[in-house]
Design a binder for this molecule. Structure first.
Ligand code: AP5
Length: 228
C-alpha cells in the first residue's frame, strides 16, 4: 500500500471511472487505486467471467458474446452494477473498471447514483494500438482468483504460476488475435464516444497509459486528490 492519506472519509463518496481500450491497463490501475482509496474495485469483466465459471444464467448469455469480442447487453450490465453498488461496502464509493461502456450504460449509472456526475473522477487512458496488442498477446490470467500478469512487463515469480494462489496461469479466451480485433473495434464504435459524453458533465482527466505502471499510478493518485 502506498503512503499518503486518501480522500475516503470525506463526506462525498469517491467515484472513479476508467475509459480505455482493451489492454489500456484499466484493471491493473483500478485494482491499485481501489486499494489505495480503501474502496471496492468493481470490474464487470471479472463479474461476467465469474458468472461464466459458475454457469449462471447471466454467464450462459454472456459467454458466446464475450468469446466473439462483442459487448454484453446494456440492461444486463446496468442491473449487475446496480445490485453491486447498492451493497454496504460501496457506501464510501467505488472504482469502476469496464463500466460504463456505452452511453446507455453511462445514463444508467447516472440514474442509479445519487449526487452530481461533476464530482466524479473520469480517467481517459490512452495507449497506442501496437502497445495494446503487445500487452494483450502477453497477458496471462489466473482462472481461480482473476489476478493478471504479463509475460515480460509483469511476470509472476514462478513462470506460469499465480503468485496469489499457485494456480496455473492461462491466456484469456478473448485475448486471441481475431477476438482482440473485434474488441478494439467495439471500443472505438461504442465506448470511445463516452469521452465526449463525460466531457459535457465532468472533468475528464487524460492519462498517458503508455508508461511504466508506477508512473501511471502516480499520475492517477494526483487526480484523486492525493499528492505523491
Ligand atoms: P474486460 O474484462 O473489461 O476487458 P477489457 O475492457 O477488454 O479490458 P482488458 O481487461 O482487456 O484490459 P485492461 O485495460 O483492464 O488492461 P489490463 O490492466 O488487464 O471485458 C471483457 C469482455 O466482457 C468485453 O469484451 C465484453 O464482452 C464484456 N464486458 C465487460 N464489461 C462490459 C460492459 N460494461 N458492457 C458490456 N460488455 C462488457 O492490462 C493488460 C495487460 O497489460 C496485462 O498483462 C498487464 O500486466 C499489462 N499492463 C498493464 N499496464 C501496463 C503498463 N503500464 N506497461 C506495461 N504493461 C502493462
Amino acid at each position: 500500500m502506498d503512503g499518503g492519506s486518501p480522500r475516503v472519509g470525506d463526506a462525498r463518496p469517491v467515484r472513479v471511472i476508467f475509459v480505455g481500450s482493451p489492454g489500456a491497463g484499466k484493471g491493473t490501475q483500478a485494482a491499485r487505486l481501489a486499494e489505495f482509496l480503501g474502496v471496492p474495485r468493481i470490474s464487470t469483466g471479472d463479474m461476467l467471467r465469474e458468472a461464466i465459471a459458475r454457469g449462471t444464467p447471466l454467464g450462459k448469455e454472456a459467454e458466446p458474446l464475450m468469446g466473439r469480442g462483442d459487448l454484453v447487453p446494456d440492461d444486463l450490465l446496468i442491473a449487475l452494477v446496480r445490485e453491486r453498488t447498492a451493497r454496504e461496502d460501496c457506501a464510501r464509493g467505488f472504482v469502476l473498471d469496464g463500466f460504463p461502456r456505452t452511453v446507455r450504460q453511462a445514463e444508467g449509472l447516472a440514474e442509479m447514483s445519487e449526487g452530481e456526475v461533476s464530482d466524479w473522477t473520469v480517467f481517459s487512458v490512452q495507449v497506442p494500438r501496437e502497445e495494446l496488442l503487445r500487452r494483450l498477446s502477453g497477458r496471462r490470467w489466473c482462472p481461480r482468483c482473476q489476478a493478471t500478469y504479463h509475460v515480460t512487463s509483469d511476470p509472476p515469480k514462478r513462470e506460469g504460476i499465480c503468485d496469489v494462489d499457485g494456480a496455473t496461469l492461462v491466456q484469456r479466451e478473448d485475448d486471441r488475435e481475431e477476438v482482440v480485433a473485434r474488441r478494439l473495434h467495439e471500443y472505438e464504435e461504442r465506448t470511445a464516444p463516452l469521452i465526449g459524453y463525460y466531457r459535457e458533465l465532468a472533468d475528464v482527466v487524460e492519462i498517458d497509459g503508455n508508461r511504466p505502471m508506477e508512473a501511471v499510478f502516480a499520475d492517477l493518485k494526483k487526480h484523486v486528490g492525493v499528492a505523491t
